[in-house]
Ligand binder design. Structure first.
Ligand code: B12
Ligand code: SF4
Length: 530
């Protein structure tokens, strides 16, 4: 069998990092790890090719080669995925759709010949055999979630590695918490399942052998979902780094209770973790309680963030507006919190009720669901449910929050606050004490140099905020020269966020909003959704 694995295109969003990637000469942030894993699970005798339409075009001759096309994707890639399925149908090529989209969009709407719901490890052998025999079923659903030791080494040979800014490795799936709006726990479960440490090291070795030396995203739903297992991996990573001299920078996602464990934070620092995404959601405690995000309550959120940053880790934060508990002051409180947090990359979005979540079920029973949503909560101009606050007010408040936090000056202020915490000035030497060498970044790689030149041209010469940019650049080169590389990376990322914010504001301005205008009655719309 000739199997063609296709990853559909993402729309332009905050998470696409598109405008920052241009500076680095990269086409996408990360490769499709799900498809690379599926490829490794398919029979060895099959011929495989992978086309990630985010980094290369899908040509008719690719489709002509294929006996079967296997697609993966998130809900947000639906439009592109459906167009590809349509292209395959027109040519009579068999299609199989899997990945997170299969858990959130009804199988019938995906229009593929076969739909696989859930993780592939335990069912791919049946699927492959039945595809070969021509007896494949319409829908496959894994009876139970597989143990991660059954997950193979992803097939790295299928991707064009240089076109991505970051490589990905997965250690665990699932998260022990129970946030009402979360679809992670519905798709991947609440019991964190981890790979063996040796499996992860083999994946890193594979990357190293292929010449990769940049960032690696540990794409776990919650890297510290099982703290003991996370520490086990971290100790092995520290040793592996020392033995191999490989300085990968790691990025991951975790819950805020990371701040409670100094040993864990120190191990992450020692292992090379430079960035962690945290779901902070809201500075309003009642919103956290109502959405069952209890791990973020009974603490100072700002102090927790600062503690993590003090271990040299950038915190990226996820924030949500639109909880039932939000009052009109939430917008000012959100901006104030974000500015004080030193979180440069704040992913603020409107609450979305994702199909399959506890939130979706509750709102549906209350007759408040409008539609299934688009799967992208950080670039949206309308809600898929009826909020308690007037929805026009909510969208307008969201618009203002985005405008204020991605104002150039406000953004650079957060970057500086973070740099001060993560790279504090060296303490003054006592009289007679020998000079200590301060660690500084080896950042002047060819791709960073390219990004710097591009940044100077686009932001400093042709940009709309030249004065703020040059002021920041001057400070980066003087006050923050030990972490100049990090400062410049933030300048480049800032460009992406500013461009995207402008686009979001325009989209909101021109949006016609069904929920606000009352065109769709909640009870009518609610009944159409499974
Ligand atoms: C890394 C990651 C990203 C990366 C991008 C990675 C990439 N190249 O695609 C970044 C950080 C950019 C990102 C962004 C977003 N992400 Co994201 N992301 C993840 C994360 C954490 C890991 C993905 C991964 O590599 N998994 C590892 C692989 C091995 O798992 P897998 O893809 O599920 O594959 C398995 C099965 O699904 C199945 N399978 C997969 N494909 C196929 C295909 C076939 C044919 C078959 C048979 C089986 C099969 O087999 C695999 C092995 O078991 C997941 C969570 C998760 N646990 O997966 C969220 C997740 C995929 N993201 C999600 C979301 C919502 C987003 C955003 C829309 C967020 C937002 N608010 O805007 C953005 C959109 C991206 C954009 N460009 O705009 C959701 C998707 C939900 C959904 N139902 O669609 C997830 C599930 C997290 C969540 N909240 O639930 N994301
Ligand atoms: S902590 Fe994050 S991954 Fe875990 S249940 Fe809550 S939202 Fe989902």
């Amino acid at each position: 069998m000739n199997a063609l694995l296709i990853y559909p295109e993402f729309p332009e969003t905050f998470w696409s990092f598109k405008h920052a990637l241009k500076f680095l000469g990269k086409r996408a942030a990360q490769p499709p790890l799900g498809l690379m894993t599926v490829a490794a699970l398919l029979p060895g005798a099959w011929k495989k090719r992978l086309v990630d339409t985010n980094v290369e075009p899908l040509r008719d001759r690719d489709l002509a080669w294929a006996d079967v096309v296997l697609l993966s994707g998130m809900h947000i890639q639906c439009e592109s995925l459906l167009a590809i399925v349509e292209r395959c149908r027109a040519r009579g090529v068999r299609t199989v759709v899997g990945g997170p989209i299969a858990s959130s969009v009804p199988a019938a709407e995906l229009k593929a010949d076969h739909v696989v719901i859930g993780e592939a490890e335990s069912l791919i052998a049946d699927l492959a055999r039945e595809l070969e025999q021509g007896t494949a079923r319409r829908v496959y659903q894994a009876a139970e979630r597989p143990e991660m030791c059954t997950s193979p080494l992803p097939d790295l040979s299928l991707i064009k590695m240089k076109r991505y800014s970051t490589m990905t490795v997965q250690y665990s799936r699932g998260c022990p918490f129970n946030c009402e709006f979360c679809d992670i726990i519905e798709i991947y479960g609440r019991r964190p399942r981890t790979k063996a440490v040796a499996q992860v090291l083999a994946e890193l070795e594979q990357l190293r052998a292929a010449g990769w030396r940049d960032s690696v995203f540990i794409v776990d739903d919650n890297f510290i979902g099982n703290k003991a297992r996370a520490k086990e991996l971290l100790r092995a990573l520290v040793e592996w780094r020392t033995q191999t001299g490989t300085g990968f920078d790691f990025i991951t996602e975790a819950s805020l209770n990371l701040a409670d464990d100094t040993e864990l934070m120190q191990l992450m620092k020692d292992a090379g973790f430079k960035s962690v995404f945290l779901g902070i959601e809201t500075p309003d405690e009642s919103g956290l309680v109502a959405s069952n995000k209890l791990q973020n309550t009974r603490r100072s959120l700002l102090e927790s963030v600062a503690r993590i940053q003090s271990y040299g880790m950038e915190v990226m934060g996820g924030f949500i507006l639109g909880f039932d508990t939000d009052k009109e002051d939430i917008f000012d409180r959100m901006v104030e919190f974000i500015q004080k947090s030193g979180i440069p990359i704040a992913m603020v979005g409107l609450l979305q009720a994702m199909p399959g979540t506890q939130l979706f079920r509750r709102l549906r029973s209350e007759g408040r669901i409008v539609d299934a949503g688009g799967g992208n909560n950080t670039f949206c101009d309308r809600l898929n449910f009826l909020p308690r606050m007037d929805s026009a007010k909510l969208v307008e408040g969201y618009r203002e929050v985005m405008k204020r936090i991605y104002n150039c000056e406000a953004y650079y202020e957060r970057v500086k606050l973070y740099l001060n915490r993560a790279h504090p000035k060296p303490a003054k030497r006592a009289a007679g004490e020998p000079a200590r060498k301060q660690p500084s970044e080896a950042w002047m790689t060819r791709s960073n140099l390219r990004a710097l030149v591009n940044s100077i041209v686009r932001q400093g010469v042709f940009g709309r905020h030249q004065w703020s940019y040059w002021k920041f650049l001057a400070e980066a080169a003087t006050r923050y020269r030990r972490c100049f590389g990090a400062a410049m990376t933030f300048a480049v990322m800032g460009y992406h966020f500013q461009v995207m914010t402008q686009k979001l504001l325009k989209a909101i301005d021109s949006a016609t909003e069904p929920a606000a205008s009352g065109e769709i009655l909640p009870s009518e719309a609610g009944t159409q959704i499974p």
